[in-house]
Ligand binder design. Structure first.
Ligand SMILES: [Zn+2]
Length: 201
């Protein structure tokens, strides 16, 4: 059976999303086809503004509103700029914020080093992190990359880049599920990992 192009187009587009195969994509497409008009409309509008309505913070590379140079955290006078917590993705910032006890700033790397996937230091915001530390005023950098092979390798690399800059460099304590993602860690585990963080090197 040949499907009308509008249906096939949406199935194709949805199939490109992570974790969604052709079957799920078809189910979602037909669900939307039969759903009330406003659902498809709201979804289309949300997708359209997803990119145009957001940008990266020019200091920490977290996601922020399109009109803002700085994210809420960098712009806040309540936050402690002497601490920088380095994470892989903006979702990891949310995970750290959920535990509610970290008052410092962040730095979002946009991924982790992965020779297999061809991701090297220049593909991440490592140079910008080193520049931030060099600019002064930072006392501690907490490496909170994921407890995975890539996350550990990235932390090791960052540890070396930051030595000699007169800053304390720590790594989140073990206890996070190995191979897991920071964003999926529960709050108490993440809080323990943060309070038990250890000096690198
Ligand atoms: Zn920021």
């Amino acid at each position: 059976m040949i499907l009308p192009a509008p249906i096939q187009n949406l199935i194709n587009a949805l199939s490109r999303l992570p974790g969604i195969g052709p079957k799920t994509a078809s189910r979602l497409t037909f669900f939307l086809l039969n759903a009330p008009e406003d659902l498809a409309g709201d979804l289309a509008e949300a997708l359209q503004t997803l990119k145009t309505g957001t940008r990266r913070c020019s200091v920490c590379f977290n996601i922020t509103n399109a009109g803002q140079e700085l994210c809420e955290i960098c712009a806040s006078s309540e936050r402690d700029g002497k601490m920088i917590c380095v994470v892989e993705e903006p979702l990891d910032v949310l995970a750290m914020e959920r535990i509610g006890s970290y008052q410092g700033h962040y730095h979002v790397l946009n991924g982790a080093l992965s020779p297999i996937e061809g991701i090297g230091p220049d593909d991440l915001t490592i140079r910008e992190l080193v520049e931030r530390v060099r600019a002064g005023g930072v006392e501690e950098v907490i490496l909170a990359t994921n407890p995975s092979l890539e996350g550990d390798a990235t932390a090791m690399y960052l540890g070396r880049q930051l030595t000699g800059l007169g800053v304390r460099v720590t790594r989140l304590a073990r206890g996070l599920p190995v191979g897991g993602d920071l964003e999926y860690a529960d709050q108490s585990t993440l809080l323990r990992a943060l309070s038990g963080r250890q000096d690198m090197g």
